[in-house]
Design a protein around this ligand. Sequence first.
Ligand SMILES: [Zn+2]
Ligand SMILES: [Zn+2]
Length: 103
Amino acid sequence: MQKGFIKNKEDFTCEQCGLFVQGNGYTNHCHNCFHSKHVDIQPGDRAADCKGLMKPTEVSGSTRNITITHTCALCGFTRNNKLQEEDNVTKLAELITVLNSRK
Ligand SMILES: [Zn+2]
Ligand SMILES: [Zn+2]
């Protein structure tokens, strides 16, 4: 693999809202509440022992190229993730509103 991304299809159930997320090899966060899990050291490697809940803490970028920053609730590890096609844009708008109101 040239890009350092190990494709790893994996279904998971969101620990935050209980949504069942069907893995497409790139999905690493819930499409509903955008929470993720600290399972990777390099994207897709599932090599992290932490397994902490990764909370969406920042949304940046423009409409077509949105980046969601996740921060691990346990160890503080942060990672940037691209918005996925399956992501719920209505929920994303709500998330942005919540994040902005905290600033
Ligand atoms: Zn969720
Ligand atoms: Zn962690």
